[in-house]
Design a protein around this ligand. Structure first.
Ligand code: NDP
Length: 246
């Protein structure tokens, strides 16, 4: 695949899980890829090495999505390294599963700062560099549309906000030829949401396909939305959830 040749992508939270799969997929489609990470430099450098050993170009940048200045500087470093920015994937996100009434203010703020404020700030910084054909892609969640289980109240609320952010922003940047879309995963087997254990049982049972998804199944949708064939799709919430919200 070469339909992202000469394009530059920034994937936030690209060192593990869904973000790492997206980074590898966009690189194999021809894009030069910058990834951010919060803590795990060795995981981030493993993703860069995997892309480079496949003939691609990649760079890893430490930037906590909750740190406004770090996020802005990650966007500038991406442009300084690769000369432009065509695709932003707002993937960094977190959940702190627990009953709402036991959730502390600090925990609520952490989820909001990463899942919403980080997305706003990164997108604003990236839009300064985007031109016709630009792509802003959120990784929302199927629970941003339908809350299938208890324990995810602030998380679901932030992903609902990401959904409306996508729709509203698409109205502002459409005239510049930039599309804005929200890929909404269902249960995907990652460190954040492992397919084994008690927590996984009701999630798996809620899917029509009776299984967790794989990170590559989200990366495939992101690659399509990042590519030229999705040119008339914007302001859309694209659910990839094995039928969980059916
Ligand atoms: P993981 O926890 O498995 O991976 C998270 C990645 O993001 C890591 O690379 C991590 O790097 C990075 N990261 C975490 N916190 C921050 C931060 N504050 N700033 C920058 N980078 C950060 O998560 P998933 O891959 O499962 O989730 C990715 C996205 O997909 C999230 O937005 C999540 O809400 C969404 N999602 C996931 C679902 C699932 O079932 N897995 C379902 C629906 C949505 P480091 O190790 O350095 O912290």
């Amino acid at each position: 695949m070469t339909n992202l040749n000469k394009k530059v992508a920034l994937v936030t939270g690209g060192s593990r899980g869904i973000g790492a799969a997206i980074a590898k997929r966009l690189a194999s489609d021809g894009a030069s890829v910058a990834i951010t990470y919060a803590k795990d430099a060795s995981a981030a450098s493993a993703v860069v090495k995997a892309i480079e050993s496949n003939g691609g170009k990649a760079v890893a940048i430490q930037a906590d999505a909750a740190d406004v200045e770090a996020v802005k500087s990650a966007v500038e470093k991406t442009v300084a390294t690769f000369g432009r920015l065509d695709v932003l994937v707002n993937n960094a996100g977190t959940a702190i599963p627990k009953p709402f009434e036991e959730t502390t203010l600090e925990e609520m703020e952490r989820v909001i700062d990463i899942n919403i404020r980080g997305v706003f700030v990164t997108t604003q910084a990236a839009l300064k560099h985007m031109n016709d054909g630009g792509r802003v892609i959120m990784i929302g969640s199927a629970v941003g549309e339908r809350a299938v289980a208890p324990g995810l109240v602030p998380y679901a609320a932030t992903k609902g906000a990401v959904k409306m952010f996508t729709q509203a922003l698409s109205r502002e940047v459409g005239s510049r030829g930039i599309t804005v879309n929200n890929v909404q995963p269902g249960p995907i087997d990652t460190d954040l949401n492992p397919a084994s254990g008690d927590w996984a049982v009701p999630q798996k049972a809620a899917t029509a396909l009776d299984r967790y998804g794989h990170v590559e199944e989200i990366a495939a949708m992101v690659a399509f939305v990042a590519g030229p064939e999705s040119s008339y799709i914007t302001g859309a919430n694209l659910t990839v959830d094995g039928g969980m919200n059916a």
